[in-house]
Design a protein around this ligand. Structure first.
Ligand code: IFM
Length: 659
């Protein structure tokens, strides 16, 4: 007999994130933290039966849509955003007319545990309804890592002190919206069909999403309870009405197959076929494959922190979300700033991917790292169009990208309550170097010459071409890059951002060397590339000249690299006691005031030193860290990891641990 719950939590607590009780204030954060992610989709850990504070959402990598109207009051134009996909694990439970929900019953206890080793979320809870009936419930959800289109759900219900009528409805609900009530989906069928998959289409981008569900309800004696399918506009479900006996248990096993038109021409047929296949395999089999796939990833990902269980758990938490952020099988999407766990930044892809999330994937799962670089290869057209539109040559990757590779940075944002223009999409150009840097890192780490020849070289060469066209020669004879934003976004329209200039010079030098290597090692490929990009010796020679002549910001007298031209003249602000969790510096000092100060939003020169570490002397590294670290407000969470790494490399372990 199949057990009602064919799952056991990992025993070692260092693999578990556990949350007891229910705190409405923290619920949305918990939903994100415990998201079920498998690189293809992410499902927030919202309560299956719904709650007023909940923000349930499933996101499918690469499925973006632009609404007809701006989706937030500060925007002038609508922008593409990652679409909230149909809710595949929605439940409705009614005992003798009383809905089993936290907001309608008394919660006696609840524990939610994310089992990071097995990629599953287990929830146990007990409710007393207004008539005094106590029901114990257990649910399990997972997004298969073995078959990324497969989602699984188990529910076990035990009436503790009563016998009576129970209604269970398990739904795929496509009547979902993004934040601010933004509508992205419409049902494809005119008439709801309870026996067919739910098929919806994004309104502007035209992606089709199909979800097929199969479910079985059993009692603890192994008898199957007959259910009936039902449907409404934008929703399909199964319904069971049964008499439940005190002390007995009833288990629902539900497997959902999800496919989109990004996966093939007929996602509905794909979802149908997969759902049947999953049912044949059964819940225990699907779970076993899933756990085995996680075990395989952990075998190359786990980092052991002996002696500190909490730190061990936290490192595994980061690894869990990195493994779940991207798929090696998808070359057409990349990791958004909040991956597949929430709507912040609208799912857009920033430099966060190549510089922050990507390096651990390179060293633990190169196939995934390669797929992410392929996303940049496939979106070269967008990068070239952006460069051309700004009067430059080559490829200038967008600061924020979605599915098409075009620039999608919003033009305005809120700083506190103040609506301010966003210049990052116009000025934050270092991302072009960041992408090329990752390509070079990949080749260095893997030796994948095929990738380099077929794809990577084109990215690096076209990015080098961009930088050579982006520079200006000054009256001083040196090359300058004017009017940019570096990693520290508090200072806009600055000249000669050291991070930008030095990474640009690095790419120019490496591109020049790469051209020579290609000519030597892959002459046919080089001939093809050189012809297609119209590259000649004169252009390559200029890259070298520009790299050598670009202003670096380095002052040999002090050993300090000036973050950008004029930084040293700005006002000092004492950041002692600054806590970005309370208020960020731009809000405290004002958006237009913070830029007059030396306050740095996030690691900037510190990052440059890490990325090009071997190019700096130990004295330069130490001097710059000592200078910039106290001036950094860490108002972006991206700041901590590089400070931790830098401090660790300098042997300042207490500081490293704090960061
Ligand atoms: O890319 C970052 C940027 O560096 C700081 N602001 C948020 C962005 C998205 O995470």
């Amino acid at each position: 007999m199949t057990p009602l719950l064919p799952f056991a939590l990992t025993e070692d607590p260092r693999w578990l994130l556990a949350f007891d009780g229910f705190d409405p204030e923290r619920e949305r954060q918990l939903e994100a933290v415990c998201s079920l992610v498998n690189g293809y989709q992410g499902t927030r850990a919202a309560l299956e039966e719904g709650h007023p504070v909940s923000r349930p959402a499933t996101f499918v990598a690469g499925v973006f849509n632009t609404p007809a109207r701006p989706q937030a009051p500060e925007l002038e134009e609508p922008i593409p955003e990652l679409v909230v996909a149909p809710a595949w694990s929605a439940l409705r439970l009614v005992v003798e007319g009383a809905e089993l929900r936290l907001d309608r019953c008394e919660l006696l206890e609840m524990r939610r545990v994310l089992d990071m080793r097995q990629g599953a979320l287990l929830r146990t809870w007990r409710l007393r309804d207004p008539a005094g009936r106590v029901t114990a419930l257990t649910s399990l959800r997972f997004a298969s890592l073995a078959e990324r289109h497969a989602l699984g759900q188990v529910l076990v219900v035990t009436p503790e002190n009563y016998s009576g009528e129970l209604l269970i409805e398990a739904m795929v609900d496509g009547r979902v919206r993004n934040e601010n009530d933004t509508l992205h989906l419409a049902p494809v069928r005119d008439e709801p069909d309870p026996r067919a998959p739910l098929v919806v289409r994004t309104l502007q981008s035209g992606y089709t999403l199909a979800l097929a569900a199969r479910a079985q309800l059993m009692d603890d004696g192994g008898a199957t309870v007959q259910g009936e399918p039902f449907a409404a506009a934008g929703l399909i479900g199964s319904r069971w009405r049964l008499r439940v006996e005190q002390g007995r248990s009833y288990g629902l096993h539900r497997l959902v197959a999800l496919a989109t038109s990004r996966d093939g021409a007929d996602p509905e047929a794909m979802a149908e076929a997969l759902a049947d296949e999953l049912m044949r395999r059964g819940m225990a089999g699907v779970l076993a494959d899933h756990a085995a796939a996680w075990a395989e990833r952990w075998a190359t990902t786990d980092a052991l922190i002996p002696g500190d269980d909490e730190l061990q758990r936290q490192v595994r938490f980061a690894c869990y979300h990195l493994i779940g952020a991207a798929s090696p099988d998808d070359e057409r999407s990349s990791i958004g700033a909040r991956a597949l766990t929430g709507e912040r930044y609208r799912g857009h892809v920033f430099w966060d991917t190549e510089i922050f999330a990507w390096p651990p994937l390179l060293y633990t799962h190169p196939a995934t790292a390669r797929a992410l670089l392929m996303y940049r290869y496939h979106t070269l057209a967008g990068a070239r169009a952006k460069a051309a539109a700004s009067g430059y040559r080559g490829a200038m990757y967008p600061w924020e990208a979605a599915d098409t590779g075009e620039e999608v940075t919003p033009a305005f944002m809120l700083s506190g309550d103040e609506r301010v223009p966003v210049l990052t999409g116009i000025e934050e150009h270092h991302i072009a170097a960041d992408v090329a840097y990752a390509v070079l890192q990949y080749v260095r780490a893997t030796g994948d010459a095929q990738f380099l020849h077929d794809y990577g070289a084109e990215i690096v060469l076209d990015v080098a071409r961009f930088w050579a066209s982006r520079v200006e020669r000054g009256a001083d004879g040196a090359f300058h890059i004017r009017g940019v934003i570096g990693p520290d976004e508090y200072h806009e329209t600055v000249d000669d951002s050291a991070y930008t200039n030095q990474l640009a010079a690095h790419i120019l030098r490496r591109a020049r060397a790469l051209a020579d290597e290609l000519r030597r090692d892959a002459p046919a490929r080089w001939a093809d590339l050189a012809a297609r990009l119209s590259l000649d010796e004169a252009e390559l020679a200029r890259w070298e000249e520009v790299a050598a002549g670009l202003v670096t910001g380095y002052d040999p007298a002090t050993d300090i690299i000036e973050q950008f031209a004029g930084y040293h003249q700005l006002k000092e602000v004492d950041l002692t006691g600054h806590d970005p969790g309370v208020v960020t510096a731009d809000v405290k000092l004002g958006w237009y005031e913070v830029r007059k100060t030396k306050v740095i939003k996030q690691a900037d020169v510190v990052m440059l030193l890490i990325l090009l570490w071997e190019q700096f002397s130990p004295a330069t590294r130490a001097a710059n860290f000592a200078y910039y670290e106290p001036r950094t407000s860490h108002d972006s969470s991206l700041s901590y990891s590089f400070h931790a790494l830098f401090a660790a490399r300098l042997g300042q372990l207490e500081m490293a641990e704090r960061y």
